[in-house]
Design a protein around this ligand. Structure first.
Ligand code: AGP
Length: 597
């Protein structure tokens, strides 16, 4: 998944291109490049490595151009290197393209082009787009581009410029692309974070649309070249929402935003006597719910199962989107398909949504205007603001809060009942999350003991088993230490063989009927020399004897406990990674939104 920017206007293009790439760097950052049109020529500069390498080299070059495109890459085809970096030229260096997505038939098209004498230099699928446009180019860039797009199979968000024409062509199918509408200038970007400091007026391109941008403005067209009406939307995010505002990393900022972001989910939806969700299906007709997602969103889906089955007494199936989309599925007309995705662009989740013929679909999404948010029939927006850190934190708790509201809503609409104690505790949850955040210093101290750890086990029961999975994923993602989440009782069915004096086991437990059961799990670990960290809302002498570290958290309804129990695990992962000197916001090999399959 990559980041694309483009500029055409009255000012110099390069400053926006570079600032836009920096904003998009979380989308992929193994190489970057710019292309500027100057004196009827195209000049490309591209470098392997993060954007600052490109910026340093550009310092010594002079440009005078008001038209350009740029790209930051997360490799899908071909090694991260200068040749494979975008933008890509055609043979005559008269056309340049930047692309995000995967061209599935690029080998066949590459063969066709080479048979016609084209000389392609990179290993990428994207380069063939520049040569296809060259093949059809007869002086009109949009016409040539439309011809080329019709031959492409797969996904693209792309921008094209030529040496001779004062225009940019932008096109979208399956990879996000927006236009930023300024005063006498138009910006192109993969998402709003790149343009928000320049304009709040944006147009979200839909799949199959292209935009022709000229000094006179912009025109949307469909793949047949027919004009379309653009819908301008106002960005609600401000620049300071994007800035780290004093935190060392976006991930830490986003962990500390959670009291606010959880409150954002509840605002206007949670009331003492009702739950207000504007959903377009009849809750009384729903017989079964299927939830599908990837990664952290799959973990919140598992919590959703506990919540909906316990609160709304509806059966729930949860499946990885990458599995669900290819599996034989038994969808009934009265089933509700729920897709959860922070980005709203995850290819496997989008693929599952498109592959499953559910009559009713509901998206729990963060990014307004994202593809999935446009293709579901109903939606619950997280309103969490941009989540820049690659490791998802605030989106996870906002997803869980949304699922709590959905479960309460379904039960209220189907039975007229509303669990008032749960509502009251939900109203208090942001305050309790803040109490845990106030322990950050102690949690940071505990994290120092994990720096040399090689493997960890995270154990939880019931609704806290998915919390164990999510805590383990956080540590893996940002600190590169292997960690595995497991149902606590399952430890004795194999993983206990791993326990020795080098193994740390993190237990997530709340007071209640299974508290004693977890104590015996801890005794099994202790007896084998394992070290124990406990996240719990109850402290007693037995626990104090067994645990090496106890992180005491506020007590709340069992259904709400994941919102609290995940916070120390997010902080632990963050502090271990930061102490190891890892770039926590951009961990190796990861991208913020996986728009490839
Ligand atoms: C979570 O920390 C990861 N970045 C990753 O697992 C992520 O949750 C997954 O790729 C799904 O992304 P989405 O929520 O945007 O669909």
């Amino acid at each position: 998944m990559c980041g694309i920017v483009g500029y055409l206007g009255q000012k110099q293009a390069l400053p926006f291109l570079l600032s836009g790439l920096e904003r998009l760097e979380y989308r992929g950052y193994d190489s970057a490049g710019v292309c500027l049109q100057e004196n009827q020529q195209l000049r490309i500069v591209k470098r392997k490595g993060p954007i600052k390498v490109l910026e340093a080299d550009l310092q010594s070059l002079k440009f005078n151009s008001q038209l350009g495109i740029a790209h930051t890459r997360w490799a899908t085809h071909g090694q991260p290197n200068e040749i494979n970096a975008h933008p890509h030229y055609d043979c005559q260096h008269q056309i340049a393209v930047v692309h995000n997505g995967i061209i599935e038939n690029f080998q066949a098209l590459k063969q066709l082009l080479e048979n016609e004498g084209h000389h392609l230099v990179s290993e990428t699928d994207s380069e063939i787009i520049a040569h296809l446009i060259e093949k059809f180019y007869q002086g009109n860039l949009e016409e040539a581009t439309l011809h080329a797009l019709k031959l492409l199979e797969g996904t693209y968000g792309l921008a094209v410029i030529s040496a001779q024409e004062n225009k940019i062509i932008a096109a979208r199918r399956g990879s996000p692309l927006i236009l930023g509408i300024g005063h006498d200038e138009v910006f192109i970007a993969s998402d709003v974070s790149a343009v928000v400091e320049y304009t709040k007026q944006v147009v979200y391109l839909k799949d199959g649309e292209i935009a022709v941008i000229t000094p006179q403005g912009y025109q949307l067209q469909n793949i047949d070249g027919e004009d379309l009406q653009a819908q301008i939307e106002e960005i609600k995010w401000t620049v300071d929402q994007i800035e780290k505002d004093g935190f060392k990393h976006f991930m830490l900022k986003e962990i500390f935003e959670q009291p606010q972001t959880i409150a954002n989910v509840l605002r206007g939806r949670l009331f003492s006597d009702q739950i207000k969700l504007s959903l377009h299906f009849n809750p009384r007709k729903v017989k079964k719910i299927i939830i599908t997602a990837c990664g952290t969103s799959w973990h919140s889906s598992l919590i959703g199962k506990y919540l909906i089955e316990k609160i709304a007494h509806l059966p729930v199936e949860v499946d990885y989107a990458s599995e669900f989309r290819y599996r034989e599925h038994l969808i009934n007309p009265d089933d509700l398909l729920v897709v959860i995705s922070q980005s709203g662009e995850t290819a496997d989740t989008l693929g599952a949504l498109r592959a499953i013929p559910a009559s009713e679909t509901l998206g729990i999404i963060n990014i307004v205007g994202s593809t999935i948010s446009r293709e579901v029939k109903s939606g619950i927006y997280l309103h969490a603001g941009p989540e820049i850190g690659v490791a998802s934190t605030k989106a996870f708790t906002s997803q869980v809060a949304s699922l709590i509201l959905l479960a309460l809503y379904l039960n209220k609409e189907r039975t007229g009942n509303l669990d008032l104690e749960l509502v009251k505790n939900l109203e208090d949850i942001s305050r309790q999350v803040q109490i845990v955040l106030d322990q950050a210093k102690q949690i940071k101290k505990i994290s120092q003991s994990l720096l040399s750890a090689k493997n960890l086990l995270y154990l939880g029961r019931g609704i806290n088993f998915p919390v164990a999975l999510e805590g383990a994923l956080k540590l893996k993602e940002v600190s590169y230490i292997h960690a595995e989440g497991y149902p606590a009782a399952e430890m004795k069915h194999g993983p206990i063989a791993l326990i020795d004096q080098n193994m740390f086991v993190v237990f997530i437990v709340n007071h209640g009927p299974i508290f004693e059961k977890i104590i015996s799990n801890m005794q099994e670990v202790k007896a084998r020399g394992g070290k124990i960290i406990v996240i719990c809302d109850l402290e007693n002498d037995v626990l104090k004897k067994l645990a090496d570290f106890i992180i005491l958290v506020p007590s709340t309804s069992e259904e709400l406990s994941p919102l609290i129990n995940i916070i120390p695990l997010q902080l632990l992962a963050y502090y271990v990674a930061d102490a190891k000197g890892i770039n926590v916001d951009k961990p190796r090999n990861l991208a913020k939104s996986v728009t490839v399959e």
